[in-house]
Design a binder for this molecule. Structure first.
Ligand code: AMP
Length: 370
């Protein structure tokens, strides 16, 4: 498909989470109709689209119904079964292609892809037996482990019994990395292979879950250039179309190791919504619909803080805690039930107050919590 998708046509999204919701909102602003598939009618994206289809993303027939209601299809979740993606791709243009997901969705094949192309990463292996692990290690489920779920850290062989639960499913082991900073590169690659990259973001994780991002990252220019080059080469090697995020560790000696690739819009790119001339969500829609990519310049320094369900622990957050922060915007995902660790929303601060807000994120979350 070479022609750009015309306004008024329909973009379909496999998956109904907050990423799908924000993609749908961006697609609507570009004049498209939207459809999404998710098992829950109350999911963030299904509340936001013109054509909600309520069924599991693992349901091939339902995915085909979505495809038939659309002109172009994309996804917001990488764990959709590859046969479902192949069926959709046979019916409508699907970006990214099923082959990209087949490589990425399993942490072992993702690491093998990185290794085949010589991209730098920590020592790793399949974790069926403890043989060959380089302690300290982190064990990660090969699929369905994200946001710190399905992961376990072991300092030495003596910790091995702690691994019994995660090892119920196939895992990879990775040598734990002693990093100076975590960064991510968000880029978009169009159907024509042209790419456009955002300023490198610096991320803080808590318990394996993203806590806060600031952009631009406080790293030397040559390291930022290296990170951008690495991410571009990964997108190219995958033949990816759409937004792609590459999370990396910056080591004390300034080397970079790839931690994880996400073949989709990413939480660490939320700062671009309000923080850049074109958000990652609009850029993704542009890429998959064949429109020219938009400018990625920042509108000011930006900070993004995730609002997890924990903030709701004592009831409705005290939203007035966000009042008076210059350049602050609140985004809620429309989830009715707040559970600890569940991503409920985020707020961004763009402009002169961003840096101080990044430093003060914990204080602000405590104030929101009542
Ligand atoms: P992941 O789900 O792979 O993105 O892991 C979530 C978070 O756990 C990362 O952002 C890091 O903070 C931490 N982490 C994951 N893998 C490693 C590793 N090999 N070494 C050190 N920290 C890690």
């Amino acid at each position: 498909m070479t022609e750009p998708l015309k306004p008024g046509r329909t973009l379909g999204i496999l998956g109904g989470g907050q990423l799908g919701r924000l993609i749908a909102q961006a697609a609507k602003a570009l004049g498209y109709r939207t459809a999404a598939l998710d098992a829950s009618a109350k999911s963030p994206a299904l509340q936001a689209v013109d054509v909600p289809i309520v069924a599991s993303v693992e349901d091939r027939d339902a995915a085909l119904r979505l495809a038939q209601a659309c002109d172009v299809v994309t996804l917001e979740w990488e764990l959709i079964p590859v046969p479902v993606l192949e069926a959709v791709a046979a019916a409508r243009p699907l970006y990214p292609a099923p082959s990209v997901l087949a490589t990425i969705r399993d942490r072992l094949t993702q690491r093998e892809f990185l290794s085949k192309h010589g991209f730098p990463q920590t020592p790793y292996g399949a974790a069926s037996t403890a043989a060959g692990w380089k302690y300290p290690v982190i064990l990660k489920r090969r699929t369905h482990g994200y946001d710190g779920k399905g992961q376990c850290r072991l300092n030495s062989e003596a910790d091995a019994p702690k691994a019994d639960e995660v090892l119920q499913a196939p895992c990879v082991w990775e040598k734990l990395v002693d990093f100076k900073a975590e960064i991510s590169v968000i880029l978009a690659r169009g159907r024509d292979g042209k790419t456009s990259v955002y300023p490198v973001a610096e991320n803080v994780h808590r318990g394996g879950v993203l806590h806060a991002t600031r952009a631009p990252a406080r790293i030397p220019d040559d390291v930022a250039r290296k990170a951008v080059k690495l991410a571009g080469e990964i997108a190219e090697a995958l033949g990816h179309v759409g937004v792609l995020a590459v999370e990396m560790f910056l080591l004390h000696d300034e080397r970079l190791l790839v931690n994880e690739i996400a073949p989709r819009v990413h939480n660490s790119g939320h700062y671009t919504l309000g923080g850049c001339k074109t958000s990652q969500f609009e850029q993704h829609v542009r890429a998959v619909c064949g429109l020219p990519l938009g400018p990625t310049d920042m509108l000011g320094p930006a900070a993004m803080v995730n609002l997890l369900g924990d903030v709701w622990e004592k009831g409705e957050p005290r939203w007035s805690a966000l009042d008076g922060i210059p350049g602050a915007t609140l985004h809620l995902y429309g989830k009715s039930e707040a559970r600890p660790g569940r991503k409920m929303g985020h707020y961004t601060v763009v402009g002169a107050a961003a840096e101080a807000e990044f430093a003060r994120a914990d204080e602000r979350l405590a104030a929101l919590r009542r």
